[in-house]
Design a binder for this molecule. Structure first.
Ligand code: BGC
Ligand code: NOJ
Length: 814
């Protein structure tokens, strides 16, 4: 069952039924000011940090679902009937409800009692504000007298404190109202220099800023007293819960249309210019007023909207493909790339499943997010790499997370996830291959944010590698530490105390439990560092990395091959995890993917065997499961992985991020059909037809789809902010379609399904546009390339000399 459809031409997903299985959300903003918006106008906004600078409130886990948002009420002043054109919060019986989620904007509209209403929400580029462009049209025979009420609930900035510290917070709320603009200024009197504003283009009939006056005692957002009676109270918030609500009266003749604009934003003043007059407590509005005025003017809004569309056109234009498969085209050209940008911007901080007060920016997560976005935003990728590097420790280890507002490592979770440092190598490699900017390796980068500890980024990468080598276990495999990629495989935790965090508790010295996943990751990273050293002419270093990779590979082959697949780990007792000897958890997906990506088992048939085992034991029509059989009870020595009921999350869920590793492995072995089949199983667009089973948005990947052992097999959770976005993008674009940046040029090495006659692609790479056409002439994957009409050796198109802007590449596959 579907709840809407894709409008590929407009790059929108169109939702035609408001009661989707879950709120289906979109993101506004792409730089500093962000918002989440659901298909019924739910969601919230923040400036840079969803925890520390939250502008508006949202009630996670509330009933009804999706509570708090950017609400607009329309009231028929002749009858007193009122409704929300976005369905929530009044949930009236609307006609022609349509929500269009586009790239960086969302429009929601409907018709009710002959009044057509639509709001377009977006954040203009380079601004810390959002626009709600609300359009009303009278479709009745006669004229209509209407009242419009806007409504947002302000958050008192720190979202965690806001939801817990009521003894203080019920007293601190403060606002100002001037020229129809509502200013939220809680704590501005003391140490904050920022405030929020909420303006409206029309003359106001009234306003409200005190929530419980606007709503009335014991009422909800579905039935505010002010709206019911058709008149605001002009309330001023002193403590309690500040809100912003404008009241505008409109009379519309038949067919008449009117636009009303609301602008909600964030503004900072310099410390010495906070107040006007200086000895008062009144906000100095000199610099904010022109900003508000600019965006209450419709012409500027249209220009800003066009600029936003151009921004996305440019980013997505860097890679466009035309294949025989609509789902591939749609995801590669639009949604997967878009999701990569959103995860790059927000890491795992704010979604319907991530409360915005939790995890900051993850070290491992951000390095992987970069793999799917660096071609679109190389400059920002560079900055991110340097920020990440600066949270590394002198040991080569890394803070697991850092706060976006401060850039500092998060002490609460600390360090000791032994895979973390190696991901930095992969992101730097992706950046280098994309840009050819070798100078980044010489950038001085501090350790642990400490001044005067600078060393080159290259040295950081070397330490990343050494970090693993300094921590080898009894079998010569990497010690796992707190956990590796699988945060829930806690082999040193042994927690028997309820509520104790699996992520921060370590009770063992960690000298025994080893990770085969890290071994695979290490071999891959060491080979990449070898290539870097070779390109820089550092032969001795190159040799030492290659030796280290070979040694690790030997350890894997000796101690981590289980007969038909790669083992997952050794536990603290030195026993195997992910082996046929185990009762549960006999085979895991991660080492199969990473060992093969690292090139282990390619020569001796082990890779083929491992992939066969994956297919036989882990693959389902909904995607590939993390491990089998699921753990049916809690195991002290395995930790959080066994805390989940069977089939969910890390306990044998389909953890989508790992599926592309298998797609890549299949592509490396030349299995185009299998690689693309796996891709299709978890492709959200291909799952649109079963939206009632899948549950999450059909336009973006979710972190997890419930596995075979779960009663709700096929149901997705944790959509949007997941490493799945980047890895899927890499798998389909670089390995299946085979368009891969390399140091020496753009590689074209497709491993596509056998029944595809070919495909076309346009790729902008280091400033040159490559127009690529691939044609299948035989069944194999061998490539013959013609570049600008001349046949060339190999499958790497060298960068053109001089200022040639376009290159035509023809590839014959067979
Ligand atoms: C989740 C993991 C996540 C970890 C750290 C666990 O509860 O299952 O997916 O990586 O928390 O936030
Ligand atoms: C989500 C976390 O953000 C990521 O870092 C981790 O690798 C996966 N969960 C798997 O546990």
């Amino acid at each position: 069952m579907r709840y809407g459809y894709f409008d590929d031409e407009r790059r929108e997903y169109v939702i035609t039924q408001p009661d989707t299985p879950l709120p289906w959300i979109n993101y506004l903003g792409c730089q500093d000011y962000f918002g989440l918006i659901s298909n019924t106008a739910g969601g919230y906004s923040f400036y840079r940090d969803a925890r520390l600078r939250r502008l508006t409130r949202y009630r996670y886990n509330n009933v009804p679902l999706d509570c708090g948002g950017r609400y607009i009420y329309v009231r028929d002043d002749d009858t007193g009937a009122f409704w929300s054109p976005s369905w929530q919060p009044t949930r009236s019986d609307l006609e022609a409800y349509v929500c269009r989620h586009g790239l960086g904007y969302t429009t929601i509209g409907s018709t009710y009692k002959g009044i057509e209403a639509q709001a377009r929400y977006f954040v203009p580029l380079h601004e810390n504000l959002e626009i709600w462009q609300f359009t009303l049209t009278n479709r009745r025979q006669g004229s209509a007298d209407l009242s419009i009420f806007s409504a947002v609930e302000f958050c008192l900035w720190d979202a965690e404190d806001d939801a817990t510290n009521f003894q203080r917070n019920f007293n601190t709320g403060e606002v100002e109202v001037e020229d129809g603009v509502i200013y939220h200024k809680t704590e501005y009197r003391e140490r904050r220099r920022h405030f929020a504003f909420f303006g409206c283009s029309e003359e106001l009939a009234g306003f409200d800023t005190q929530r419980d006056v606007f709503l009335g005692p014991y009422r909800g957002w579905d039935n505010p007293t002010a709206v019911e009676r058709g008149r605001s109270f002009n309330s001023m918030a002193h403590g309690w819960a500040p809100v912003g609500s404008h009241h505008v009266k409109v009379t519309l003749k038949p067919t008449e249309t009117r636009d009303i604009i609301f602008v909600l934003g964030y503004h900072e003043n310099p410390e010495e210019k906070k107040f006007d007059p200086p000895d008062s407590q009144t906000i100095n509005k000199q610099t904010v007023k022109p900003v508000i005025a600019r965006y209450l003017d419709e012409t500027n809004i249209d220009t800003a909207f066009e600029a936003l569309c151009d921004y996305w056109d440019d980013l997505l234009g860097i890679l466009q493909v035309e294949t025989p498969d609509v789902h591939t085209n749609r995801m590669v050209n639009i949604w997967n790339a878009y999701q990569c940008m959103v995860t790059f911007n927000l890491s795992r901080s704010a979604s319907f499943f991530e409360s915005g007060i939790g995890r900051g920016i993850g070290f491992r997560d951000s390095n992987q997010d970069l793999l799917g976005s660096v071609h679109m935003v190389p400059r920002r990728g560079r900055e991110r790499i340097l920020d990440l590097g600066a949270t590394q420790l002198e040991t080569g280890g890394a803070y697991h997370q850092f706060q976006p507002l401060t850039g500092r490592g998060n002490d609460r979770i600390g360090t000791g996830f032994n895979d973390d440092p190696l991901w930095l190598i992969l992101s730097v490699v992706a950046y280098l291959k994309e840009t050819g900017d070798w100078a980044i390796l010489d950038e001085p980068v501090v350790y642990e944010n400490q001044p005067r500890t600078e060393q080159s980024l290259y040295e950081h990468l070397q330490r990343s590698l050494r970090y693993t080598l300094d921590r080898l276990g009894p079998h010569g495999l990497p010690l796992i530490g707190r956990a590796d990629w699988n945060d829930c495989l806690n082999l040193n935790t042994f927690s028997d105390t309820s509520g104790e965090s699996f992520q921060t508790t370590t009770t063992k010295d960690g000298m025994i439990a080893e990770s085969v996943f890290i071994a695979g990751l290490f071999v891959l990273a060491a080979k990449e560092l070898t290539a870097i050293a070779q390109w820089r002419g550092l032969e001795d270093e190159a040799r030492s990395y290659l030796d280290a990779a070979a040694k690790m590979e030997a350890a894997v082959l000796e101690h981590a091959w289980d007969g038909a697949w790669f083992l997952r780990a050794y536990d603290d007792f030195g026993r195997k995890v992910g082996s046929q000897e185990c009762e549960e958890g006999q085979i895991f997906i991660e080492p199969q993917g990473f060992c093969i990506m690292a090139g282990i088992g390619l020569q001796d048939g082990l890779a083929e065997k491992a992939l066969l085992a994956v297919k036989e034991r882990l693959a389902t029509p909904h995607g590939i499961i993390l491990h089998q059989p699921a753990y049916t009870r809690y195991y002290l020595h395995l930790g959080e992985i066994s805390s989940y009921p069977p089939g969910y999350k890390e306990n044998a869920g389909i953890f989508c991020q790992t599926n592309p590793w298998i797609m890549i492995a299949e592509a490396i072995l030349g299995h185009g059909d299998q690689a693309h089949d796996y891709y299709t199983c978890i492709n959200p667009s291909a799952r649109e037809a079963i939206s009632d089973v899948h549950g999450c948005e059909p336009y973006v990947h979710a972190q997890m789809i419930a596995g075979r052992a779960a009663p709700t097999h096929g149901e997705a959770k944790n959509s949007w902010l997941t490493g799945t976005a980047a890895w899927n993008y890499v798998a389909i674009t670089q390995w299946i379609l085979g368009i891969r940046p390399t140091y020496g040029g753009l590689q074209v090495a497709p491993v596509i399904p056998s029944d595809w006659p070919g495909f076309e692609a346009t790729r902008v790479f280091r400033g040159v546009t490559y127009r690529i056409s691939v044609e299948r002439a035989g069944e194999g994957n061998a490539v013959s390339l013609t570049v600008d009409g001349q046949p060339i050796e190999g499958n790497i198109v060298p960068s053109p000399q001089g200022d040639q802007a376009e290159v035509v590449v023809e590839a014959i596959l067979g």
